[in-house]
Design a binder for this molecule. Structure first.
Ligand SMILES: Cc1cc2nc3c(=O)[nH]c(=O)nc-3n(C[C@H](O)[C@H](O)[C@H](O)COP(=O)(O)OP(=O)(O)OC[C@H]3O[C@@H](n4cnc5c(N)ncnc54)[C@H](O)[C@@H]3O)c2cc1C
Length: 441
């Protein structure tokens, strides 16, 4: 029987092997069967922030990797690791090679903490600090200063809680995690006793989710504390029913924290609200952070004038994320995503995940982005006879770039699992050259 001529298939490059990249590949494979799908990732390891952001002691959350592995192995997807757009090949070159390019490169840079002293030693953005304890190769050499009794974390979202919890957990509590070996050693030897989570607004405005907050009340060697006079008695107006439920549970937690006894605990996690950072103090390294107490007037933060200092040798700022202009593309005014209209940047160029909508939602939120963009690509794009992978490979070869495959990743993963300490899922490799040496074998 003659086959229906559906025309030549598109070749599509997806840039970034985090959740958004995998979900997009899955949706495209379903909607445009026969299209050539290449997933380009700057590291030899896939899964983006699932590997390097999600906390190492939250292994259940990380099981989503199995879904992505299933996608990689069940559709016709070529994983091209260790290739970075703007380092090894430009976006313009990639667009010349492929009919369609989808950017799923995340928004992996910290919003700046622009106050005097932010360049002192001991001051880190959450991207670097979280990347360090999660074994991201970019931050493996960070060696953060954990030798002082005080640590300050600025920010009132779940990333701030993750950082505090990892600093507060005992070695026994971390034993079943996949924390990087260098971070495990450093945290075991750390002198940190007081971890201050500081927020400009109050407990109701804080973006903590209840599960994460509650977990701080269940640590072996640490206690979570709050100031009774900072916990509002009622929720106030303007919240959706869902928000009311979540915030009410959070206030319940804070009341328990406010009644907790700090004595007899090795570490204390101290929540302090209504305080904005104005300066980081220290000669060569951070010694304290200066805060100004504030009140909320008609939704706006207003300063009181006087200040107070919180002594610390470590400061982690977890105040949001920014994107860098990949390939010189325009960034949205918010600074945390590429300018786009419902996932489209221009003909043949699309964006999904954090790079599309900024740092919001849960892992599963990225699935909808992938499905929407796949629909648009199916409706709006067609094969333009571009060479696809053949042209990319030729360029990489000419430039001496060693790209790694999904099979190579499975080799890396097997080595990590084989080296796992007792009770832990894996011991992460944290250097790209070590990973590539394994692949070469
Ligand atoms: C600290 C932290 C903890 C989190 N914890 C949770 C949690 O517990 N539960 C939850 O639901 N969500 C959590 N999230 C959110 C979740 O991780 C994100 O929703 C999700 O990872 C976003 O997916 P993405 O694919 O858009 O970006 P990413 O996961 O960032 O993936 C982007 C990928 O693109 C690659 N890349 C970047 N630039 C280039 C380039 N130029 N060339 C090639 N490749 C490139 C990166 O290496 C990366 O692999 C957390 C986020 C953070 C930061």
């Amino acid at each position: 029987m003659p086959q229906l001529d559906s025309g030549p298939s598109m070749n599509i490059a997806i840039v970034g092997a985090g959740p958004a990249g995998f979900y997009t590949a899955e949706a495209l494979a379903a909607l445009c069967p026969g299209c050539e799908l290449d997933l380009i990732e700057r590291l030899p390891t896939p899964y983006g922030l699932i590997r390097s952001g999600v906390a190492p002691d939250h292994q259940t959350t990380k099981t989503i990797q199995q879904t992505f592995e299933r996608i990689a192995q069940s559709i016709n997807l070529r994983f091209i690791g260790n290739v970075e757009i703007d380092r090894d090949i430009s976006l313009a070159e990639l667009r010349d090679a492929y009919d369609v390019v989808v950017l799923s490169c995340g928004a992996p840079h910290d919003a700046p903490l622009d106050i005097p002293g932010h360049k002192l030693r001991g001051v880190y953005g959450a991207t670097a600090f979280v990347g360090w304890y999660n074994g991201h190769p970019d931050y493996a050499e960070l060696a953060p200063l954990l030798d002082s009794p005080g640590a300050v974390i600025i920010g009132n979202g779940n990333v701030a809680i993750d950082v505090a919890r990892i600093l507060a957990k005992s070695v026994a509590e971390l034993a079943s995690s996949d924390i990087a070996a260098h971070a495990m050693r450093a945290i075991a030897a750390s002198r940190i006793g007081d971890i201050h989570i500081m927020g400009r607004r109050g407990p109701i405005e804080a973006k903590f989710t209840n599960v994460e907050l509650r977990e701080l009340g269940e640590l072996e060697e640490a206690v979570a504390l709050a100031q009774p006079d900072q916990i509002p008695g009622a929720l106030g107006d303007g919240l959706s029913p869902r928000e009311r439920r979540e915030k009410a549970k959070n206030l319940e937690c804070f009341r328990l924290f406010a009644a907790a006894d700090a004595a007899a605990h090795r570490r204390r996690i101290r929540f302090q609200f209504y305080a904005r950072p104005v300066a980081i103090l220290g000669a060569e390294r951070v010694q304290a952070v200066r805060f100004e107490p504030v009140r909320i007037d008609a939704g706006r933060v207003a300063g009181h004038g006087q200040t107070f200092d919180v002594p610390c040798g470590l400061l982690v700022s977890a105040i949001g994320y920014r994107i860098r202009a990949l390939g010189g593309l325009p960034v949205a005014e918010t600074g945390d995503r590429l300018a786009n209209a419902a996932g489209k940047i221009t003909a043949g160029l699309y964006v999904v995940g954090w790079a599309k909508r900024g740092p919001s939602g849960k892992i599963g939120t990225n699935r909808g982005d992938g499905e929407d963009v796949a629909q648009r690509i199916k409706a709006e794009e067609s094969a333009a006879g571009k060479p696809g992978f053949a042209a990319l490979e030729a360029m990489l070869r000419r430039r001496g770039v060693h790209w790694s495959s999904f099979t190579d990743w499975k080799t890396i993963e097997a080595a990590e699992i084989a080296a796992a300490p007792a009770g832990a899922p894996r011991r992460k490799l944290v250097r790209v050259d070590e990973m590539l040496a394994l692949c070469a074998k």
